[in-house]
Design a protein around this ligand. Structure first.
Ligand code: HPA
Length: 271
């Protein structure tokens, strides 16, 4: 595994004149427009990168972009890998580990999620303050990659408190309500039943989605500070639940996209 990671990192370096990214960004649903703000230096299709998984979800395009955001060197995953697509957890987190080998110091993640907290509304942004992993397994199972991190990594401060506070100030200055809460990750791909939404609320989650937690676990294993934000694309409380279509989710995410883009750009400026 380490050899594969190193080979992939070396390939990327060979294709990008040894560009050194400082920050890694995983663009989930609702953050695609961030790419328009990047001064793109290099763009690699996942299918051209040795050992990189290839994204199968149509709404994600599958490119690794290296360039400048707010004057800082970034590497951006345009399209991520989900467990429900059939990838192993090791494949899901492969790019995050490669990012570390390329020199990335901090990770920024976005996703789309269903709202469980009744105070939330569709198209709200929620900063993750903590998570609950309900996906089957996790990327650290198996022989530990000692070069990457310890066997039993601490998860008590999984999301970087300092960046959370910075994000709250950015939102306040821009005059929008940035929510904070606990994200629970489920395997998907089906959305939840009413009973499951109730259960997820009872165990302490504010939002539910099908991504992010594996990548965050891998990043924290490598002691990389993480900032993550969800766009609430549908409300899942008993009084507001309705049948959701992918188009509704994308529409709700599109409304939040300018705020999400601004938040990540301004946050990166402050690092
Ligand atoms: N459940 C799980 N994942 C989601 C949801 C949801 O309601 N909405 C967007 N992603």
């Amino acid at each position: 595994m380490m050899q594969q990671l190193q080979d992939t990192a070396a390939y990327i370096q060979s294709q990008t004149d040894n560009f050194e990214p400082e920050f890694g960004i995983i663009l989930g649903t609702g953050l695609g427009a961030l790419v328009n703000e990047i001064e793109i230096k290099y763009s690699l299709s996942y299918s051209d990168i040795p050992d990189f998984p290839v994204s199968t979800v149509e709404s994600h395009s599958g490119r690794l972009i290296l360039g400048l955001l707010a004057g800082r060197n970034v590497i951006v995953m345009q399209g991520r890998f989900h467990y429900y697509e059939g990838y192993t957890m090791e494949q899901v987190v492969f790019p995050v580990r490669v990012m570390k080998l390329l020199g990335v110091k901090k990770l920024f993640v976005s996703n789309a999620a269903g709202g469980l907290n009744p105070a939330f509304n569709t198209s709200d942004l929620m900063v993750l303050t903590d998570h609950i992993n309900l996906q089957p397994g996790n990327p650290l199972i198996g022989k530990n990659l000692d070069e990457m991190g310890p066997r039993f990594p601490d998860m008590s401060d999984v999301y970087d408190e300092h960046m959370i506070r910075q994000a709250m100030v950015i939102a306040e200055d821009a005059d929008f309500d940035l929510r904070e809460g606990v994200y629970v990750s489920v395997p998907g791909p089906m959305l939840e039943t009413k009973a499951e939404y109730k259960y997820l609320t009872i165990i302490g989650a504010d939002a539910v989605g099908m991504s992010t937690v594996p990548e965050v676990i891998a990043a924290r294993h490598m002691n990389m500070p993480v900032f993550a934000v969800s766009v609430i694309t549908d409300m899942c409380t008993p009084d507001r639940i309705k049948k959701v279509k992918l188009s509704d989710i994308l529409e709700a995410a599109a409304i939040a996209e300018p705020r999400m883009t601004m938040l990540i750009r301004e946050l990166i400026k402050l690092q």
